[in-house]
Write a protein that binds this ligand. Structure first.
Ligand code: FMN
Length: 192
C-alpha cells in the first residue's frame, strides 16, 4: 500500500467512539506517548506551539468526574438540572482508560490572533485522533458546556484555555463511520 493509500484509509476510518462503548482494557503508555508526540508535530504559525495537554488516568478520572458533576449541579440545580447529564458527567471519565484535557496556551505577546492558536491546537488533536485510530483505540473530543469551568480543576496558567476533553478507550463493537455530504457542494474552483 502506498503512503497516500495508508493516509486516506486512516482518515476515512477515524471516528468518534463514545465512553459508553469502552471496554476495560489498559491502553499502553507507549500509545499515549505516540499520540502526544504526533500532536506535537502539528503546524503552528510563528512556531508558538500553543497545544498543552493534561493526561488524566487512574484515580484522577474519578476526581475529574466528581468535579464536573458537582459543578454542573451547583450551576443548574433548580434551573434545568438533569439527573442523566449529572450521572454522565460523573461516570464518563471512569468509563475511559485515559482522558486528555485539550488546552490552548495563548502566545505571551499575542503575535497572532487567538483563532490561529485554536486552529493549531485542533490540528494537534486531529493528529492524536488519527494516531489513536491507527492503534484501534476509540476516542472522541468532548466539549461540554462546563468547559469554561475546567480551568479550576486543572489550575490553568495565565493565557491558557481548556478546549475540551479527549476521551479514550478500547472498544469491541463495530461502529460505522459517520456520513458526510458531498465535497463538491462545499468547494468552488476558481481558475479564470
Ligand atoms: C471541536 C469538537 C468538539 C466536539 N464536541 C463534542 C461533544 O461535546 N459531544 C459529542 O457528542 N461530540 C463532540 N464532538 C465529536 C463529534 O460529535 C463527531 O466528530 C461527529 O459526530 C462526527 O463523527 P465522527 O467523528 O465519527 O466522524 C466534537 C468534535 C469536535 C471537532
Amino acid at each position: 500500500m502506498s503512503i497516500i493509500g495508508d493516509v486516506t484509509r486512516l482518515i476515512e476510518a477515524r471516528k468518534a467512539v463514545f465512553p459508553a462503548l469502552y471496554i476495560e482494557k489498559n491502553i499502553p503508555t507507549s500509545i499515549i506517548n505516540k499520540m502526544l508526540s504526533n500532536a506535537n508535530r502539528a503546524p503552528t504559525h510563528k512556531l508558538t506551539e500553543p497545544w498543552r495537554f493534561k493526561v488524566i488516568r487512574g484515580d484522577a478520572r474519578a476526581r475529574l468526574g466528581n468535579f464536573m458533576s458537582a459543578r454542573y449541579k451547583k450551576l443548574y440545580e433548580g434551573n434545568g438540572f438533569s439527573e442523566r447529564k449529572f450521572n454522565k458527567l460523573r461516570e464518563n471519565p471512569q468509563l475511559a482508560d485515559t482522558v486528555i484535557a485539550i488546552i490552548m496556551q495563548r502566545d505571551r505577546e499575542e503575535r497572532i490572533p487567538e483563532w490561529e492558536e485554536i486552529a493549531a491546537v485542533s490540528m494537534a488533536v486531529q493528529n492524536m485522533w488519527l494516531t489513536a485510530s491507527a492503534h484501534g483505540v476509540g476516542s472522541y473530543w468532548s466539549s461540554p458546556a462546563l468547559i469554561s469551568h475546567l480551568g479550576d480543576f486543572f489550575k490553568l496558567e495565565e493565557g491558557q484555555k481548556c478546549l475540551g476533553l479527549f476521551y479514550m478507550g478500547y472498544y469491541e463493537e463495530e461502529i460505522p463511520v459517520s456520513k458526510r455530504g458531498p465535497i463538491e457542494e462545499k468547494v468552488e474552483w476558481l481558475d479564470k
